[in-house]
Design a protein around this ligand. Sequence first.
Ligand SMILES: *Cc1c(COP(=O)(O)O)cnc(C)c1O
Length: 228
Amino acid sequence: MQTIAERLKSAHARIENATASAHRPPNSVKLLAVSKTKPVSDIRQAYDAGQRLFGENYVQEGVEKINELKELEGVEWHLIGPLQSNKTRVVAEHFDWVQSVDREKIARRLHDQRPDDLPPLNVCIQVNIDDEASKSGIPASELPALVESVSQMDRLVLRGLMAIPRADATTEQQHQTLSQLQELFSQYHTKLTNFDTLSVGMSGDAEAAIENGSTMVRIGSAIFGARE
Ligand SMILES: *Cc1c(COP(=O)(O)O)cnc(C)c1O
């Protein structure tokens, strides 16, 4: 059995190799450790091994962990799961990032509810890049309007885009999806200050995502082991 520290090391090696193969600058891809369903003891182990960015999918579980791990300095908490409007307040009060913003109403509530004594909340807009009915995120066609409104909200910082490409794609489909996403990202990256994050790539497709411009891979099972 490998330890969490060893698996983290392998994840960093994968990122470094993929970044080098893609002729991208070293350290241009961040690692978000996805700790959903895993106990706080696992998060502590990852923290002790140097990990600082953690992703949670479920609001209640995430908030409990954030409260339990308050003493860990320098941790950045990212919400990456779907967010309903009745949960925005507790999210605005606890998380550092919300990557799953998919409508103006949610953005507006996060903006209004972000406490004054905290820095603005970092957000990404989730794009349903493969137009899958089962998936959250907005279609690419609705992106310009949402970017426009979110970028006016001064208690939010629009950091970029997040997507979950379909897992069953052929290599060719996968490449097409990822390059479409990269193109959407570049359009705004050149226009908007702070729009520096393309969050795409998981345990199974991190290399392909990095080849197509990902700046943040979200890795869960390859670090913490399979989930129940
Ligand atoms: C669970 C999850 C991940 C991590 O998936 P792994 O395959 O375990 O690496 C990444 N992003 C999102 C949105 C997830 O829900």
